[in-house]
Design a protein around this ligand. Structure first.
Ligand code: SAM
Length: 357
């Protein structure tokens, strides 16, 4: 086992493992602990350095935090709660597509496949693809990459309990560090997933950089299923990021709480508020944290004091909305060709099959 690699045992035996032991047979397939390997690259990758990125972001104008820092343990759980909100249609729309078309998606890539997923989170929707692949083949290797080690670990345990024919090789890592590892791995034919419209969080140059890196992980004939939220009326979009319960606000402000916890900050969360709106010209939701008053915040571990003016905005996330032309532009610039797009019954969300050329 390499540095930063853990092998994890799951608590319950699977029925088939129990049955084999009761019959006194040797295990024919790897035991659970053999079926899960998590490589934790987060602690040794400077690209995931919260401290340096916060220092840089607070010195920038306008000030900013990177969206990947939403996802500590609490942030990952808050995102799961967002997925259940009536206003946040994205998860339900994408789930509807995967429920209806998972067999078609699986069949679009020939042969026995390995499943890769970037930013897998709870991997709830992934189950639909896993089940489709396990209808086609006798066993499956799943290789998820996520910056949230806690989400990766709990989702992996749950998946292994559900699917005895699944093996997981997981990377707790920034996308790019994870892709560097995947590039070295032996995977055979690959179907990769990038769900939840995670692509939306990248400015267009970074979306191209991400897809080019993904393309170099894949081989000709492999495919990427890209989930992308579609342009629509501003009211529906703005409601999705301004839910009545305030969960999205908590998710956004958790970045300040995380800086307090991990870097010894003294942000008073009640002196800031969540601010999100649709910028129609740019075709994107813009998300900020707004300072409600003139204030000074100290961050002990960075040994800095930072002033915020009343009304000042700190940028935390963009969520770009797409149309077919936009997806084609991205695919064509990055060595993919879009061969098929599925949309949900209300035309809100798209799942795009990008084949590696
Ligand atoms: C919007 S959630 C989507 C989760 C899931 N794919 C879904 O569709 O519901 C984004 C996921 O990507 C992960 N993530 C965000 N930025 C990342 C980065 N730079 N590198 C790796 N994972 C990242 C988060 O931890 C989170 O699990």
């Amino acid at each position: 086992m390499g540095q930063g690699t853990v092998q994890t045992k799951t608590r319950h035996q699977e029925p088939r493992d129990q049955e084999q032991r009761q019959k006194g047979q040797p295990d024919q397939e790897p035991t659970k602990s053999d079926r899960l390997r998590i490589h934790n690259l987060v602690t040794r990758d400077p690209r995931t350095g919260l401290a340096e990125d916060v220092r840089k972001g607070l010195a920038a104008s306008p000030k900013r935090f990177l969206p990947k820092y939403f996802y500590d343990e609490l942030g990952s759980q808050l995102f799961e709660a967002i997925c259940l909100l009536p206003e946040y249609y994205l998860t339900r729309a994408e789930e509807e597509i995967l429920r209806n078309y998972s067999d078609e998606i699986a069949a679009a890539v020939e042969g026995k496949k390995t499943l890769v997923e970037m930013g897998s989170g709870s991997a709830t929707k992934t189950r639909l693809i896993i089940e489709a692949l396990l209808r086609e083949q006798t066993e499956l290797l799943f290789m998820p990459v996520d910056i949230s080690a806690s989400a990766l670990e709990s989702s992996s345990r749950i998946l292994l309990q559900s699917y005895p024919r699944l093996r997981i090789e997981a990377y707790a890592a920034d996308y790019f560090a994870g892709m560097a590892e995947l590039e070295k791995s032996e995977r055979g034919r690959t179907l990769a997933l990038f769900l939840g419209s995670n692509i939306s969080n990248f400015p267009s140059a970074d979306a191209v950089r991400f897809l080019k890196a993904m393309r170099s992980v894949l081989h000709k004939g492999d495919a990427l299923l890209l989930g992308a939220d579609l342009k629509k009326d501003p009211a529906t979009l703005e409601a999705a990021y301004n839910d009545a319960l305030g969960v999205t606000s908590a998710f956004n402000l958790n970045v300040l709480a995380r800086i307090n916890r991990e870097l010894g900050g003294n942000f008073d969360l009640r002196s800031f508020k969540h601010h999100a709106f649709y910028n129609e010209d740019k075709g994107r939701i813009e998300i900020y944290i707004q300072s409600l008053l003139d204030q000074r915040v100290r961050i002990d571990k960075l040994d800095i004091e930072v002033d915020f003016a009343e009304g000042e905005l700190i940028h935390t996330e963009h969520s770009h909305k797409y149309d077919e032309a936009g997806i084609d532009q991205l695919a064509n610039a990055t060595g993919f060709v879009r061969t098929k797009t599925w949309v949900d019954s209300q035309g809100r969300f798209s799942s795009n099959l990008l084949m590696a050329e």
